[in-house]
Design a protein around this ligand. Structure first.
Ligand code: ZN
Length: 114
């Protein structure tokens, strides 16, 4: 009986060991502190607007991706159809300084943007 238990245990550990080895060959497990994952200072979408418009400029005309202040996040109005953006206004506002700019479109040359 002890031999049977030993064989069963050996077989079980061999199968499990092989599965564990295969799992670690394919995957990496990262252990992180919750404080590292959750950003305490994460912004709410309603906070993504300038505190004041003292430094805001009207930069409309040439489509751009980046504001003169360096910010790349814009506030603009969009419409959705079937889960995708279907239309958007070309006037947009920098979420950091409040400057107005022109949104790029698919026909704008990507090399000339920035
Ligand atoms: Zn800006």
């Amino acid at each position: 009986m002890k031999l049977l238990q030993y064989l069963f245990f050996s077989l079980l550990t061999g199968v499990v060991g092989k599965a564990v080895t295969r799992f670690f060959d394919k995957n990496v497990i990262l252990i992180a502190d919750r404080e590292d994952i959750y950003m305490e200072d994460s912004l709410n979408i309603s906070d993504l607007k300038p505190d004041n418009y003292d430094n805001a400029m009207d930069l409309r005309g040439t489509p751009t991706h980046v504001c003169v202040c360096g910010c790349t996040v814009w506030n603009l109005k969009v419409m959705f159809e079937e889960g995708m953006i279907s239309q958007y206004f070309l006037d947009m506002e920098c979420s950091s300084c409040g400057s107005l700019a022109t949104a790029p479109t698919p026909v704008d040359d990507r090399n000339e943007l920035d």
